[in-house]
Design a binder for this molecule. Sequence first.
Ligand code: PLP
Length: 355
Amino acid sequence: MRQATVYIDREALQYNLNRVKQLAPTAQILSMVKANAYGHGVKDCLTALSETDAFGVACLEEALEIRQLGDQHPITLIEGVFSIDEMQLAIEHNVECMVHHQQQLDWLYAHQQQYIAQNLKVWVKLNSGMNRIGFKISEIIEVIQKLKASGFTCVLTMHFANADVENHLLNEQQKNQFLAVKQACAPILASCCNSAALYQWPELNFDFVRPGIMLYGASPFADRTAADLDLKPVMTFTAEIMALNQIGVGEHVGYGSTFTAQKDTELAIVSIGYGDGYPRAFIDQNYVVINGKQRPIIGRVAMDMIAVDVTGLNAGIGTEVELWGKQRLVDDVAKANATIGYELLCRLSARPKRK
Ligand SMILES: *Cc1c(COP(=O)(O)O)cnc(C)c1O
């Protein structure tokens, strides 16, 4: 059988959740499990994250999947609902909504009694300079005061555009706006920290933190590794050697014949490709790990196969190859491919088997 396998280490997930607890001991934890738990498989992750206080997802479909799995944790839709019908469904399934524009407010007020009766919190988004979604500082205070006066429990929320950069100018603006609104609307629950912000600004942990990438043991920072942050990689992505091949000086490998051997080379053909979600376009030399050794990929990544230089390695058919995991960090594969770990994890295809 073709072997392309994603292993999920539930203990690593629990370890990383405990890291969040250490970093934000007084906050509740809204574990972000959007995009199928960052590609890890929401079903497996829910059980490992059972100690979390709540879950965060991007849309109602993701929330309903969690409910169908029988999980009763509070859930927040971080983009809110996309229609009034979804508002009704969200309430029926005990799912809390972000509101970030007037129409969502109208839908919320249309279901005011039921929403409040079920003790659901309203997450109100401040646009403090990222300029994706949210109410501007000039309008949000009135929005919140009206919600509070109508009996809603509100959580003031925002998202940093540069939480992974220590001294970005916009960070100060975003913090100051958030604190100003928080003060003007006091008392109010508050939440503004993703993984990077959790590490950078413990003083901003407030009532709810929203860790995503750190739960999965990847780094939100370009210059700090998972080990620097005391996180454990959760996903190990592997394949197997499916053929071996010898080439001599001047011979080429793969589509476009982009590689030309400068010496006699032993090649392993590995059963992985972009059809599995392995990235094709590397800008720096990319590596895999075989028998504990880093080995370079040779030529282009194809849909189902790659070639790896295994000269002198004594590798055989069926030998396991780590594409990313504990030996080769997903963040390093991402760097070699001009992207971030988040993207590689999320864009795995359905083809690899999951264990
Ligand atoms: C995805 C997301 C997070 C988690 O971000 P990480 O960088 O993965 O920790 C937090 N808050 C919001 C609103 C998000 O969309």
